[in-house]
Design a protein around this ligand. Structure first.
Ligand code: 5CA
Length: 437
């Protein structure tokens, strides 16, 4: 993509409500545009990053055997009346009437809808276990939408639902998802800490939030540093290993303020190891047994032929929130550097040129074609502008690798720079190797 063609409306004047870095940066680099309070359009640059995150989430869900599907955004109120949540959910639920006066709603989550699908299709324990998921827009009429896409009203979420015959099997599904989440966040370049959590309007008695550390986060957190030393690569996907993994995580102190007790913290965590900071919740998993299957009559025959309510859990990842959370975790001293796995481009070529001397631009175009041939998604900055402005702009766009075509480039060697490090002079082959790694 040529930068001059990219729809990237860079904004200089920020609205006063853009208080945190991610919100400011996303507006400045034209990743998003607000269309109403807490509702955003995703412009090409932001959309590209979100789609990359979505794909990593999808791959990791598929790896644990979860199956992708798609449920609608608009739901009928009937199933919510059956579960009892139509009234309980309160004003966060956006309620709509269709032309026949039927009560509908814009889904804030999908426990009811998936239970309805399951109850009509699955009748026997033989079809269990199952994990189904979708990646779909949700709407919650938040009292105070803020921080841009971090706490908004319309947001993009991966929600998965597990179905098992009994508690023991259901915990295995829960552990699988726990493992998948740690792996997913690692691939996104994030260190997420699982923390025992309250269940709120979703319900149940077992729940973990996955939180990444960031000063601007909404949750106050308290943890033992040791939690970062757990090496997830030592676990495999067998049930026993996953159980051990969750036990290992649970044995180290890590809670949000909802569960915080000063004396417990001091008794359990050495002073030097105490982390007291803020964090962003990027995922939340719940085990709630038959909370929905019972009222909705989602029954299956067990081995003895007896009807039993299926045991369920639900598992969310804030896909759109992760775009902002990744910025909060990586933005440093006015420089944004996207993790390689989700960067909007693999590299950017920055030639120094003027109206009267376009030699470097021509070199850049040749290099651009070579890299494209190798399937490297490269951005070419063909905008005529002085180099210091260009660098400032690319510090914000955050593509992690730059190929600078100026005084230091030689005939077949180029100045290659990873953001925040020193540049080196490399041949095309070596640049390709670096970008493909
Ligand atoms: N049904 C369950 C699990 S599928 C559920 O809805 N869980 S949740 O409420 O915790 O949401 C899952 C994730 O969505 C959260 O961890 C968070 O990352 C994201 N999320 C929740 N509310 C918002 C919001 N208002 N704006 C942006 N992301 C949100």
């Amino acid at each position: 993509m040529y930068l001059s063609k990219l729809f990237i409306p860079i904004t200089k004047d920020l609205p006063s409500e853009a208080k945190i870095k991610s919100h400011q940066l996303m507006l400045r680099t034209g990743m998003i545009k607000q269309s109403a309070a807490g509702i955003y359009s995703w412009l090409p640059l932001g959309f590209k990053v979100m789609k990359k995150i979505e794909q990593i989430v999808r791959e990791e869900q598929n790896l644990i055997g979860a199956q992708e599907m798609l449920m609608p955004t608009i739901q009928s109120s009937d199933i919510w009346k059956e579960s009892g949540r139509y009234d309980d959910y309160g004003e966060e639920m956006l309620r709509i009437k269709d032309r026949q006066g039927r009560e509908m709603l814009y889904g804030p989550t999908n426990e009811e809808l998936i239970t309805d699908i399951f109850r009509t299709s699955v009748k026997s324990y033989k079809s269990l276990p199952q994990i189904l998921y979708h990646i779909q827009w949700k709407f919650r009429d938040e009292v105070r939408p803020r921080f841009g896409i971090m706490r908004c009203r319309e947001f993009y979420m991966k929600d998965a639902y597990s179905f098992d015959l009994n508690d023991e099997d259901a915990k295995k599904s829960y552990n699988k998802m726990f493992y998948s989440y740690i792996k997913t966040f690692n691939r996104l370049g994030l260190k997420a800490i699982p923390m025992a959590a309250d269940t709120g309007p979703i319900g149940g008695n077992l729940s973990h939030e996955f939180i990444i550390l960031a000063e601007t986060g909404e949750s106050q957190i308290y943890a033992d540093k040791k939690i970062f030393e757990i090496d997830v690569s030592k676990y495999d996907s067998s049930d026993n290993s996953l159980k051990k993994m969750r036990e290992d995580f649970s044995s180290i102190y890590a809670v949000t303020d909802e569960k915080f007790k000063e004396n417990e913290f001091n008794d359990n965590v050495k002073k030097d190891n105490q982390i007291k900071t803020r964090g962003i919740e990027v995922g939340h998993i719940f085990y709630f047994g038959d909370k929905y299957s019972k009222p909705l009559n989602c029954l299956i025959d067990n081995q003895g032929g007896k009807k039993t309510a299926v045991k369920m859990g639900s598992y969310g990842i804030g896909v759109s929130r992760l775009v902002g959370a990744t910025i909060e975790a990586n933005y440093n001293k006015d420089i944004m550097k996207w993790p390689k796995s989700i960067s909007p481009f693999d590299a950017v070529i920055i030639p120094s040129f003027s109206k009267n001397n376009k030699e470097n631009l021509e070199k850049a175009e040749k290099l651009y074609k070579e890299l494209k041939k190798q399937n490297i998604d490269v951005l070419l900055d063909d905008v005529e502008e002085n180099m210091s402005n260009k660098f400032k702009k690319h510090d914000l766009i955050g593509v992690p690798y730059q190929i600078i075509i100026g005084s230091k480039s030689e005939e077949s060697k180029f100045e290659f720079k990873e953001l925040n490090s020193k540049s080196e002079i490399l041949s095309l082959e070596n640049i390709e190797l670096k970008l493909k790694k």
